[in-house]
Design a protein around this ligand. Structure first.
Ligand code: 5AD
Ligand code: SF4
Length: 465
């Protein structure tokens, strides 16, 4: 790719939704860097604003249109001052609604889905050419194709200094899309069929991150434990085997992955949890509901008992495994008894944390055609009850850590002078007194207390990184 560094332009990316979007936003910034775009944290300074959108629930989608209203005003101000502002909509709303966005919001210059990110510089050139057209002829550049080529073969890696600036922990997408078709979920439509990146590509990106100072990598995928990348010998490698290969990278200290489907927790992955210290004992394993009737209607293809059995197998391999989950309340037809079954499974598992949502009808999903919708007040009441239970479990989990010594990856200065902050193996924020020299390595920290959402620690023994 040719460097075109005539004059630096400012790029502002606003990211909505999941960690995959966070990763994608960085990759978009990397793709635009050789074309003279530098990130800015101040939207008022931007020459190009990209909204990286989320379609998972109705509320998430609506945010895009209100943000576009604000951007229209910003664009008018910029133009009044003789400057300009380009606007692009990326992500899953762009993928799902394409033309509709351009129609509803003519202020938008580009609309493109997650599989088109490698084409961003080309799209930008086309959109810039459109700027000089008469407004009546101007058309947004739209790309919502699922192309044949692998975008990752064309997306440039981050420069080393950029990786260093991004910090000690990094996301790495290894798998995209989903073939599970849970009846409430838009992902199989917005992100498409399940695709895994080849092993060589994943290892090369991981090595690049570690060379840039990254100590902890979180492997991402909509259904990450369905990973089935091909290796150099043409063999299919699962997530468990991939974890062993990544564990061989010198300097990489922690490995996580998210999000997983219970049906894809295979023996090889569970064995990796038994064998590899690098694999953190904290697993996001959504069950969505505890009622077998609702799980069937959701097309989850497992029962509550099967989910508990998977957890039993994982805990047999790694007894200190902590769990987090996702729950949906108010799926069509959910009765009081179904909801009680959800509370029961939460009580049985004992989560370290959990995310919970009111069911949101998504156009185009099978769930959208179901009758027997649950009233909004009932959904709200169920959500409060569920969140009360989960909050109590999180508090209990934090409290159970007091008195233990945990390895903490110290990442940043603390809020108070003389303090530093980091993360425990269970992703809890930990604060402790200590010098900023501790930043960048894992240190043994005795947990001496808890505060609302974090742990308070005391440095024990420094372990060389
Ligand atoms: N309504 C509510 N929550 C949903 N999720 C996915 N689709 C919907 C929907 N239509 C939740 C699930 C999933 C998480 C990412 O978002 O719990 O695991
Ligand atoms: Fe959506 Fe996850 Fe179900 Fe796939 S497994 S359809 S991403 S909820």
């Amino acid at each position: 790719m040719t460097e075109m560094r005539q004059n630096t332009k400012k790029l502002f990316i606003k990211t909505y939704g999941c960690q995959m979007n966070v990763y994608d936003s960085d990759r978009m910034a990397d793709a635009l860097a050789p074309h003279g775009y530098e990130p800015t944290a101040d939207i008022a300074m931007a020459d190009l604003v990209l909204l990286n959108t989320c379609h998972i629930r109705e509320k998430a989608s609506e945010k895009v249109f209100s943000e576009l209203g604000r951007l229209k005003e910003l664009q008018s101000e910029r133009r009044a001052g003789g400057a300009d502002l380009m606007i692009g909509v990326a992500g899953c709303v762009a993928q799902a609604e394409g033309e509709e966005i351009a129609r509803r919001a003519p202020v938008v210059d580009m609309v493109f889905g997650p599989q088109a990110y490698h084409k961003l510089p080309d799209m930008l050139a086309k959109a810039e050419a459109q700027r000089h057209m008469h407004p009546s002829l101007k058309r947004a550049v739209i790309d919502t194709d699922f192309p044949e080529e692998d975008k990752f073969d064309h997306l440039p890696a981050a420069k080393k200094e950029v990786t260093i600036r991004r910090g000690l922990t990094a996301f790495l997408t290894v798998q995209e899309g989903c073939d599970k078709f849970c009846s409430f979920c838009v992902v199989p439509y917005t992100r498409g069929a399940e695709v895994s990146r080849p092993v060589r590509q994943v290892l090369a990106e991981a090595r690049g991150l570690v060379e840039g100072g990254v100590k902890e990598i979180t492997l991402l995928g909509q259904n990450v434990n369905a990973y089935h990348g091909v290796d150099e010998a043409g063999r299919t490698v699962g997530l468990g085997e991939l974890a062993y290969l990544l564990a061989g990278i010198e300097g990489l200290e922690r490995l996580r992955y998210t999000t997983s489907h219970p049906r894809d927790m295979d023996d090889a992955l569970i064995e990796a949890h038994r064998d590899l210290d690098i694999l953190m004992p904290y697993l996001h394993l959504p069950v969505q509901s505890g009622s077998d009737r609702i799980l069937k209607a959701m097309n989850r293809r497992h029962t509550g008992a099967e989910y508990l059995k998977v957890i039993e197998r994982i805990k047999a391999a790694r007894p200190d495994m902590a769990l987090s989950g996702d729950f949906i309340v108010g799926f069509p037809g959910e009765t009081d008894q179904d909801f009680e079954d959800t509370l029961k499974i939460i009580a049985d598992v004992g989560y370290a944390s959990a995310y919970s949502f009111k069911y949101s009808t998504r156009p185009g999903t099978p769930g959208a055609n179901l009758g027997d919708q649950v009233a909004e007040e009932v959904k709200s009441e169920r959500l409060w009850r569920l969140q009360d239970l989960v909050n109590a479990q999180t508090t209990a989990f934090h409290a159970s850590c007091v008195g233990k010594t945990l390895p903490v990856l110290i990442e940043r200065p603390g809020r108070m002078a003389g303090q530093v902050g980091g993360r425990s193996p269970y992703l809890q924020a930990v604060h402790l007194d200590g010098s900023t020299d501790l930043i960048g390595a894992i240190h043994q920290v005795e947990i001496i207390g808890t505060s609302t959402n974090s742990l308070v620690g005391r440095l024990k023994v420094a372990v060389a990184a």
